[in-house]
Write a protein that binds this ligand. Structure first.
Ligand code: AHR
Length: 321
């Protein structure tokens, strides 16, 4: 190679190295919580297809519900030099140290579906989540309207202790209860967002509340716990959806099946597509330096028997749930 050609080749390499990464070159590490619910399974599956659509390489680490595993996964993504990290934080506290490490390594972090404590606000680029206080309020307002002023003892199945969505969904519902003297939360316990735990806790609520006679409604922080609770009610000889009203969150296919059968009453939808908006934000940030808004909010829509639940079930099943 002549010295002129060598110079030209060197210049080309230099230009290529300084260009921003194209989507095809992006690698994103996703620290996922686990597979505690149908919604979570759908989120994982939708994340894979949204990444494929955009030709992004997505590396998913399943933390099996443990924060320590999420922290290890983030450190491993930093060591691998990924272009961005997605984090669905199992609990809201304890992230500052590891997120500082990501910031020092200049790797942007995007939160998916759950929030972290305000102390960590500077440590992530954006959060794609719903307004989970609002979700609880939508559930509470539906119940207040459904019982129309009649006295109603509610039992509550909470999500994972320390998760932002559990704290906020409780707060939103409690806000409505505080404004409606006829509503009273008589029991409230975690069911850890799983069907098995939801069933187990509901069995104990039924026993403690006169075989279920003293319960007017169940509020569950997700549909999977409600599906477990419906099973517990049926096994106790109760008619869920009639003897005891139900309202929960997620809008997974199985709750529409229950609504269609008259065994559940209402659900608030949480989209499993958190990764799509997150990938768009990261791609624009990497390509043009566009800084996304700190919060990319997803919708929270209420569904009841009036919304053709069988049709929604048919359209949703098979979408990764
Ligand atoms: O963070 C979202 C919540 O996590 C979903 O509502 C629940 O099903 C999941 O486990």
């Amino acid at each position: 190679m002549t010295s002129k050609a060598l110079l030209a080749a060197t210049a080309l390499v230099a230009i290529t190295l300084s260009l921003p990464a194209t989507a095809a070159e992006l690698t994103v590490g996703f620290s996922q919580i686990g597979s505690e619910s149908g919604w979570r399974a759908a989120e994982t599956s939708v994340s894979k297809s949204e990444a494929t659509k955009r030709k992004v390489t997505l590396k998913i680490a399943d933390a099996q519900q443990k924060q320590e595993n999420q922290i290890k996964a983030i450190r491993s993504f930093i060591a691998q030099g990924v272009d961005a990290i997605f984090l669905a934080p199992v609990v809201s506290s304890g992230w500052d140290a590891v997120l500082k490490e990501a910031k020092e390594a200049k790797i942007p972090v995007v939160l998916l579906d759950r929030d972290i404590d305000p102390s960590g606000k500077e440590l992530y680029l954006t959060a794609v989540t719903s307004d989970s206080v609002h979700e609880g309020a939508v559930a509470g307002e539906w119940l207040a309207k459904a019982v129309a002023g009649k006295a109603c003892n509610v039992v509550e199945l909470q999500g994972t202790v320390g998760a932002s969505v559990a704290t906020n969904r409780k707060k939103g519902f409690d806000g409505v209860v505080a404004k409606n003297a006829n509503l009273k939360v008589v029991r409230s316990q975690t069911g850890d967002f799983t069907r098995a735990k939801g069933k187990e806790v509901m069995e104990s609520f039924i026993k403690a509340e006169g075989g279920g006679k003293n319960i007017c409604a169940v509020y569950a922080h997700n549909d999977d716990m409600m599906v477990g609770a419906i099973q517990a009610m049926k096994e106790a000889g109760l008619k869920p959806g009639k003897d005891i009203l139900t309202v929960s969150i997620d809008a997974v296919p199985d709750i529409f099946k229950a609504i269609a059968a008259g065994e559940a009453n209402a659900t608030v939808e949480l989209t499993p597509n958190m990764a799509g908006p997150a990938l768009d934000a990261i791609m624009a940030f990497k390509a043009k330096g566009t800084v996304p808004p700190k919060w990319i909010q997803t919708e929270s829509k209420l569904y009841t028997a009036a919304d053709d639940p069988q049709k929604i079930y048919d359209s949703k099943k098979g979408l990764g749930y």
